[in-house]
Design a protein around this ligand. Sequence first.
Ligand code: FAD
Length: 489
Amino acid sequence: RQPVAVIGAGVAGLAAAARLAVAGHPVTVFEVSGSFGGKMHQFDLPGGYRFDAGPSLFTLPQLVDDVFRLAHREPSDYFRYERLDPITNYFFADGTRLAAWADSQRFAAEVEQKLGTPAAAVTQFLGRSGKAYDATAGTFLHKSLHKAGTYFSPETLKAVAALPSLGLTGTMHARHEKAFANDPRLVQLFDRYATYNGSDPYQAPATLSLIPHLEHGIGAFYPEGGIYAIAQSLHRLAEEFGVKFRFNEPVREILTAGNLVTGVRTDQDIYDFGLVVSNMDVVPTYRQLLPQQPAPERTLGQPRSSSALIFYWGVAREFAELDLHNIFFSADYKREFDAIFQEKTVADDVTVYVNITSKKTPTDAPAGHENWFVMVNVPHDEGQDWATLAAKTRRVVLAKLSQALGVDLELLIKAEKVWTPPGIAADTSSFGGALYGSSSNNALAAFLRHPNFSGRLPGLYFCGGSVHPGGGIPLCLLSAKIVAELIDN
Ligand code: FAD
C-alpha cells in the first residue's frame, strides 16, 4: 500500500486518514492549526464554559460507527451517543411553541394540537420523505457521482427517473406549500432544513425536503461529551493505526511532475507522496496549493453556501423551557433568505438557533449556568462590514430572546466570544467562510460539486464539505469513504 498525505484534519480528513491506515497505507496528516477538528473544534471561555465551535446537529451516527467497524473495533469503545427526544424546541414569531418529538406520530399529534394541521398530513409527508430518501440516497450520496460507472448505472437512471413520482420536482418551499397550504408555520419549520446545507428553501430543489427524514425517520443524536467527541474518537483510531499527525505544518504546495502528483511542500520540508488527499476547501486547494494547474473554474465559481454569525455566551441562569436545540423563528422567512442570498446582508429580523450542550453535558458550564451557542444564518464573506452587522445582529438577537424568555438576557452574559464569516474563513481556510462549500440552490448543484478525485492529476483526491457529496458531518464522512474506496479499488 502506497503512502498517503492528507491535507487537513477536519472530520473528513480524520475519517479518510483512519480508513486508509486501516487498509494498510502509511498515512501522514498535515494540519495548519495546532490540533484536529477544523470546523469541529472545541474551546473554553473563562468561567468554566466549554463550547463546540461549529456543528451541533448530528444525524446518521452509523457513518462514524462504520469507520470503527471497518477496523474491527467496537464503536462504543470509542464513541457513544444518545437519540434525542425531543429533537428541537420551536418558538414561532407569534408566540406559539412546539416540540419536535422524535417519534413521527407524537410529533404529528403535537403539530395538530399546536398548529392545526391534521396529524395524518404530517405523517404522510414524513413517510414520503423516507421513501424518497431510500430511493435516492444510495445513488446521490454514497458513491462518486462523477465516475461514468455511477452516472450511467441502472440505479442512477432509476433514481433520477423516480424524482417526479416522488414529488421531488420544483423547489423545496413549493413542495412544503403544496403539502401544508394553510399552515405557514409548518412550511417555515420544514423550509428550515435547507439551512442544514447552507441553502435557500425558496431556490433549493425539492430533493432537500428529504432532510427531515434523517431526524424524524432515522433520528437526531448527541455524542457523549459533545460533538468534538466525534473528532476525538476518529483521531484516536487513526493514531492507533499509525497515522502521523504533523500539526502547525500547513501544506504550501502540492508538487507535481507532468500529470503526476509527487508530494507536498511545507515550510519545514518537501515530502514525497504519490497519493495526496486534500481535506482543505477545494477553492484554496487550487488557488494556493496548485497555482500552476488549470483550475475547474465553473465548479469553483458555483455560488457559496451561507455562513454564520455565532455568539458563544456563558449565561448565568438555567432555562427549564429550553433544551439542547432551540429555534426562535423570524416573522418573515422569505425576507430573511432574500437578505442572505440576494442582498448578501443580514435581515432586521432573524431566526435564532440556540444550542446548549450543558443540558446534556452538565460539566460544559458551572452549576446554575448554561453555555449558549447562538447562531444566525448570514451570507458568506464578500467584504461586508461584519463589525457593524455583528453589532446590529447582537442587539436584534438579545431583544428577541429576552422577549421570548421574559428576561434581560444581556445582564446574564458572563463570558462571550463571536465568530464571523471572515473569522471562519481565516480559522479553517474555508472560502468566504461558507459553512458547506457551494450551496445547493439549483437542481444541478449535486452534479456541479467538485468530484472526489482530480480528472487531470491521478493520485490527487478531495474530501470534505466543499466537494461531493456536500457539507455537514454525514456527507463529509461519506466523502472520506468514497475517497478511500477510490484509492483502493
Ligand atoms: P474542515 O472542518 O473545513 O477542516 C479543514 C481542515 O483543513 C482545517 O482543520 C484546516 O485548518 C485544515 N487546512 C486548511 N488548509 C490547510 C493547509 N494548507 N495545510 C494543512 N491544513 C490545512 N454540520 C452538521 O452536520 N451539523 C451542524 O449542525 C453544523 N453546524 C455548523 C455550524 C458552524 C458554525 C459551522 C462552521 C459548520 C457547521 N456544520 C454543521 C458543517 C460542518 O462543521 C462541516 O461540514 C464539517 O465539519 C467540515 O469538515 P471538513 O472535513 O470539510 O473540514
